[in-house]
Design a protein around this ligand. Structure first.
Ligand SMILES: C[S@@+](CC[C@H](N)C(=O)[O-])C[C@H]1O[C@@H](n2cnc3c(N)ncnc32)[C@H](O)[C@@H]1O
Length: 311
């Protein structure tokens, strides 16, 4: 029979007795001094508590992801339902139609710039997330019935974001958009530019074909307050915010969390749907992320103050 050293035996006994303690099972032993001390039990309980918290957080994240997935699926189904009358095209034909639409947008479409002049203050993780958001933004434009003429401005070829876009986004250099190191004011007259910022006073009323809309290429992991608003101030251009206060109300939630700051691709989706439907309610309903603590105000109510809450 194999000989088990006495220290190993002691260690195993300690583990068992600790487990029993945690399970609140009293087991009588002769070796009272071998029982784990109060400090050990507290420590194990802390570990258990942390583990439980971590599991709870994981479950919450999972269910949030699931909700988001279902919402996107619903949107897709609604879209394809709306297109049910259209003839079914082959992939090749669809690709050709998309290309033609984007080419047309580059001459006649409403103009939208993503201002990428502020990426130096972002972490590598934020840069990666921004590259992903730009891919989604372009993907939405490709699918749109009336796409925007897109510009990525202030994007230097030697920048981290440029490298990350090439690394993460297949065919980035062939995207049908203007990628330039110039700024929006090098391209357009000051009076035509409207910089979208969550901190703007004025609410955006419409999307005007004569105007150029600018989104701040920022990812808010380490929230940098009013950065796009200050940038617009430096450029001396008009600012506008999405009309969230005018069309949405706060929704009660466990964390009492309410945010009007969206990712660039989310703002872009809202603008696209507004251009399509002419309705802010529809656009916000379709794309405003549910986790941000706002819901579209019921139809029959006049514009509500965003301080009013719904359960
Ligand atoms: C993640 S946000 C950046 C927020 C950042 N704190 C800032 O200073 O703008 C990225 C960009 O999306 C646009 N954006 C996000 N939420 C918006 C809102 N509620 N109204 C207008 N634009 C918004 C802005 O152009 C903003 O710069």
């Amino acid at each position: 029979m194999a000989h088990i050293p006495s220290e190993v035996c002691d260690m195993q006994m300690n583990g068992v007795s600790e487990g029993m303690d945690l399970l609140h099972i009293d087991v009588e032993t002769d070796e009272v001094e071998e029982k784990p001390g109060r400090g050990d039990v507290l420590c194990s309980r802390n570990v258990l508590r942390k583990q439980r918290n971590w599991e709870r957080q994981l479950a919450a994240k999972k269910s949030k992801r699931k909700e988001e997935k279902q919402r996107r699926k619903l949107n897709r189904e609604q879209e394809s339902g709306a297109n049910a009358d259209c003839p079914q095209f082959t992939k090749r034909v669809m690709k050709a139609i998309t290309k033609e639409r984007l080419a047309e947008a580059q001459t006649t479409g409403s103009k939208l710039c993503v201002d990428l002049s502020m990426t130096d203050c972002m972490s590598d993780k934020e840069i990666s997330r921004l590259a992903g958001q730009l891919r989604r933004l372009y993907g939405s434009n490709k699918k749109a019935a009336r796409p925007f003429h897109l510009f990525l401005t202030d994007l230097r070829e030697d920048s981290r974001l440029y490298r990350e876009c090439i690394r993460m986004n297949d065919g980035f250099l062939n995207y049908m958009m203007d990628i330039t190191e110039e700024s929006c004011l090098d391209l357009f007259p000051t009076e035509t530019v409207i910089y979208l910022s969550p901190d703007a006073e004025e609410a955006l009323e419409t999307v005007d074909a004569d105007k150029v809309y600018v989104l701040g290429g920022l990812v808010d992991e380490s929230i940098q307050k009013k950065l796009s608003f200050s940038r617009a101030g430096e450029l001396s251009v008009r600012t506008a915010r999405l009309p969230i206060d005018e069309f949405m109300v706060k929704k009660n939630n466990a964390k009492n969390f309410h945010s009007k700051i969206l990712a660039v691709n989310q703002v872009f989706d809202i603008l696209l749907t507004f251009c399509d439907t002419g309705s802010w309610s529809d656009a916000l309903q379709a794309w405003f992320p549910p986790g941000k603590g706002y819901v579209v105000a019921p139809d029959d109510s006049s514009p509500l103050p965003a301080t009013q809450t719904l359960d």
